[in-house]
Write a protein that binds this ligand. Structure first.
Ligand code: ADP
Length: 567
């Protein structure tokens, strides 16, 4: 090739400047080249994988093509024009080959096969080897200040470009047909990226081919606008569908786009004041853009941390549940094992103190009484633990039969008469004149509930009285078991929590009252199994309290035909 003679600059410049869209050359080339390069770079920077690399490579080839094409328009001498022009083919082919490669990897989710790679290289090779020959450029047209293209070389690389466009369209149509991308990509993401890629390829190849054949080079400028279009589609896919999992990228794209658009104004301004204004705007855009991107990154990091924490918490929770289950199993087994010896102790202590094994002296009897009471407490505790483990594992069994709440109330008051007397407390029982209706109940369970409530009332009352009453509310069709005392009362804060597992009021320590905080929790569960409710009322500390158990006369329990009911 001959790059030798340097042509008259002014003449060439005049020729080019006479083209109506001459000024547009900067606008079509510089921003698009920059945009392509930066977008490619940021995708690669954020992704660091094959897909990102391919996009970066193809965008770089595109940008290089645009830069060298710009030189062919504005270069001052024929050497530079010829040199730049001769390289266009290679950037052109490399761009199409790499964007095709990118698209196939994007759609299929995996690298292309060895054979396909070989084909891509094979069709591209002639463009590289024939570059320095006259088949590429045959000379320089001094009149129009442009290179004379060797038609074979140019036609060949246009053909290669077309080939890649054609196969990209085939890949696109095939993907629609097989819907193979559906597992990895959302519909919107797939179509946005596909349209972006295909539009870019189509715009660029058609504009160059038409320009080359008509020798109207202004048309190539139109082809370059395929890049902003591609970026728009890409950005849309990223923002809307989180394509490539690049959310930070959306903010970066926005900033790059703004910088490029504002910066490109610099090529048109003629007055100094305007240049200063644009430069100032550029500084502001860069500054604000930096802040925006930083805040997005921080936000995302925080979200990621939060997500990690949530996952950790879920795992910990699962482990805790397993532990809780293991604990329940342990409690259940241990309680069963404890119950048998405790019952044996109870039996033998009773027999000894009754004199079954010979006469028992008074002090020994007293000591045996204490052993008996301590043993009773242990039995209650074991019973409570067993109930808890049964409630939690859902293995509790109910035996429903018709019975009266008054009967239970009488029994319980009788049980506690001695205790009340020992504590100098009045224990009263108020029953309605007309007996309350029978209800279907698990007598043993309700006995346990009522017993605990009356026991608590006596336990948490230092002086005064404990009154047990039973009433039938015909309006609501419920029977109420009420225990009112003049004891330490319940503080407003404790009102809602005393039915929780292991919950004990703060004041109970003052009374040195034994307890586990399980009785009311179990009671609530038993009462709810009867479709009833348990309520506590108190005006506050030292103002006494009222525990009310409300049981429906006609409940679903009544309609059940089986006596035994497993919850
Ligand atoms: P425990 O009596 O074994 O501690 P409960 O579940 O029966 O367990 O009761 C839970 C808590 O409710 C008690 O620790 C106590 O603080 C409070 N409480 C229960 N009954 C009364 C009452 N009659 N007066 C005042 N506080 C009560």
């Amino acid at each position: 090739m001959q790059y030798g003679s340097i042509y008259d600059l002014a003449h060439c410049y005049d020729v080019l400047a006479s083209i109506p869209t001459f000024n547009l050359v900067y606008y079509s080339h510089i921003p698009t080249a920059l945009l392509g390069f930066l977008v490619g770079f940021f995708v690669f920077y954020n992704l660091r994988n094959l897909l990102g690399g391919l996009l970066f490579f193809s965008a770089s080839m595109f940008s290089l093509w645009a830069v060298f094409d710009l030189l062919t328009w504005h270069a001052a001498n024929s050497v530079l024009v010829m040199f730049s022009w001769s390289l266009l083919g290679i950037f052109y082919v490399l761009f199409f080959a790499s964007i095709f490669y990118f698209y196939v990897v994007y759609v299929t989710g995996k690298d292309i096969s060895f054979w396909l790679k070989l084909c891509v290289i094979f069709v591209s090779l002639p463009v590289i080897f024939l570059l320095p020959t006259t088949l590429n450029l045959s000379g320089f047209d001094g009149v129009w200040c442009e290179s004379i293209e060797g038609s074979f070389y140019t036609n060949y690389y246009y053909f290669v470009g077309f080939l890649f466009v054609f196969f990209a369209v085939v890949v696109f149509l095939r993907s629609i047909f097989t819907a193979s991308w559906k597992k990895r990509l959302s519909r919107g993401e797939f179509y946005s990226v596909s349209f972006g890629v295909l539009l870019l390829m189509l715009c660029f190849s058609w504009a160059n081919v038409i320009a080359s054949f008509t020798l109207n080079w202004q048309i190539t400028q139109i082809g370059l606008f395929g890049m902003p279009l591609f970026v728009v589609f890409l950005a849309y896919a990223i923002v809307r569908f989180h394509a490539f999992s690049l959310r930070i990228f959306a903010a970066q794209i926005l900033v790059i786009g703004m910088v490029v658009l504002v910066g490109s104004q610099l090529f048109f301004v003629e007055k100094v004041i305007n240049t200063i204004l644009i430069l100032w705007t550029l500084v502001v855009v860069v500054g604000l853009g930096y802040l925006l991107v930083r805040s997005v990154i921080q936000d995302l990091r925080r979200k990621e941390e939060l997500q990690k924490l949530t996952e950790k918490l879920a795992k910990a929770n699962q482990q805790l549940r397993k532990l809780d289950q293991a604990k329940s199993d342990f409690v259940s087994i241990a309680s069963h094992q404890l119950r048998t010896p405790l019952t044996a102790i109870k039996g033998f202590v009773s027999m000894i103190s009754e004199g079954s094994y010979g006469k028992v002296e008074e002090p020994v009897k007293e000591a045996l009484g204490k052993v008996f009471l301590a043993n009773e407490r242990l039995i209650t505790l074991v019973e409570e633990l067993l109930s808890i483990s049964r409630i939690e594992s859902g293995r509790i069994e109910y035996n429903f039969a018709l019975g009266r709440v008054e009967t239970l109330a009488k029994e319980i008051v009788d049980t506690f008469l001695v205790t009340a007397r020992q504590k100098n407390l009045d224990l009263n029982l108020i029953l309605p004149d007309v007996s309350t209706p029978k209800i279907k109940m698990d007598q043993a369970k309700l006995h346990e509930v009522f017993l605990n409530i009356v026991d608590n009332a006596l336990k948490y009352t230092r002086e005064g009285s404990v009154t047990v009453s039973v009433e039938h509310d015909e309006k609501r069709d419920v029977v109420r078991f009420i225990v009112a005392d003049t004891g330490i009362g319940v503080t407003p804060e404790s009102l809602s929590s005393i039915f929780q597992k292991f919950s004990r009021g703060k004041d109970v320590g003052r009374l040195h009252a034994d307890g586990t905080g399980l009785g009311l929790f179990i009671g609530k569960s038993f009462v709810e199994a009867h479709h009833g409710q348990i309520i506590v009322e108190s005006d506050g500390a030292d103002k006494g309290s009222r525990f009310i158990v409300e049981l429906p006369v006609h409940s679903r329990v009544l309609e059940g035909s089986t006596e035994s009911h497993v919850l």
